[in-house]
Design a protein around this ligand. Structure first.
Ligand code: NAD
Length: 270
């Protein structure tokens, strides 16, 4: 059966593009009311409004919410907007993230900090705000349901080292233990915390890895399943973790990577 999120309220960060957009659309199709977060600039706002429009045209409910997730004030505003508009929040999808590649000898402190501030501190700020909101509920959830769900979008680079992207790999490695620590801390309060770790997904963040035939050929050598991932591949995994179908799952990372983490170069190396 299809995953049922009817009546639930979900915040998806960075939902104006790529994987976040795919997650917002799939959660809305499953019945969730979606807060479509985007960065507070004109281009992101326009694309955030388009995602809201797509959801509404399909008969769903959504609202756009500008916030830079690396700003404590912006994150507070984001959660206030969500609860003003939809009364509560049931699901947080911590998706927004960036890359700033550089060789270590050339990496500026600004490049290091920008990635950590967004991918790690931003995810902390949103998770903290969600936990506060979930913990403030006065009635416990019925059996088989959680008091709230937090889903981190991490990466295969939470386990695969990445030369020339040390800041990014460090941020995603950090997300792995942030997620597990929060899962351990919040489980007794019936809050479930998990990650989805995408492999190579066709979005703007990694366009050079797939937008020419040569780069696609190189990329596919890393993917045993033989195709690049689409945002919907990630979104369906998120929808399951956000639903009560996964009620006994907490503290885990679900890799959605076509086998990228299976050391594909070892095929035939025996
Ligand atoms: P994308 O560039 O299309 O989307 C990233 C989104 O995050 C954009 O909407 C961007 O505006 C937003 N964002 C960036 N900084 C923000 C901030 N400070 N505040 C609010 N929003 C901000 O890339 P994507 O591939 O969709 O990436 C989404 C997530 O998936 C990221 O966390 C990324 O690390 C992760 N991921 C992507 C891949 C892939 O192959 N595409 C693989 C593994 C993990």
């Amino acid at each position: 059966h299809a995953v049922d999120l009817s009546g639930r309220v979900a915040i998806v960060t960075g939902a104006n593009s790529g994987i976040g957009r795919g997650i917002a659309l799939v959660l809305a199709a499953a019945g969730a009311r979606v807060v479509v977060n985007h960065r507070p600039n004109e281009d992101s706002a326009r694309r955030g409004a388009e995602v809201v429009q797509e959801i509404v045209s399909a008969g769903g409910q959504a609202v756009a919410a500008p916030a830079d997730i690396s700003s404590e004030d912006d994150v507070e505003h984001l959660f206030r907007l969500a609860s003003d508009h939809f009364q509560t929040v049931d699901i947080l999808v911590n998706n927004a993230g960036i890359e700033q590649p550089a060789a270590i000898q050339d990496m500026t402190l600004a490049q290091w900090q920008k990635v950590i501030d967004t991918n790690l501190t931003g995810q902390f700020l949103c998770a903290r705000a969600a936990a506060r909101m979930f913990l403030s509920r006065s009635t416990p959830p019925p059996a088989g349901e959680a008091a709230g769900k937090i889903i981190f979008i991490s990466s295969v680079h939470e386990v695969i080292p990445w030369a020339f992207q040390a800041n990014y790999a460090a941020s995603k490695g950090g997300v792995s233990l942030l997620m597990q620590s929060l899962a351990q801390e919040l489980a007794p309060m019936k809050i479930r915390v998990n990650s989805v770790a995408p492999g190579a997904i066709r979005t703007p963040i990694n366009a050079p890895a797939w937008n020419t035939p040569d780069s696609m050929k190189e990329l596919l050598k890393l993917i045993p399943y033989g195709r690049i991932g689409e945002p919907e591949d990630v979104a369906r995994a998120v929808a399951w973790l956000a639903s009560d179908d996964s009620d006994y799952v907490t503290g885990t990372t679900l890799f959605v990577d076509g086998g990228m983490t299976l050391y594909p170069e070892f095929r035939g190396a025996g």
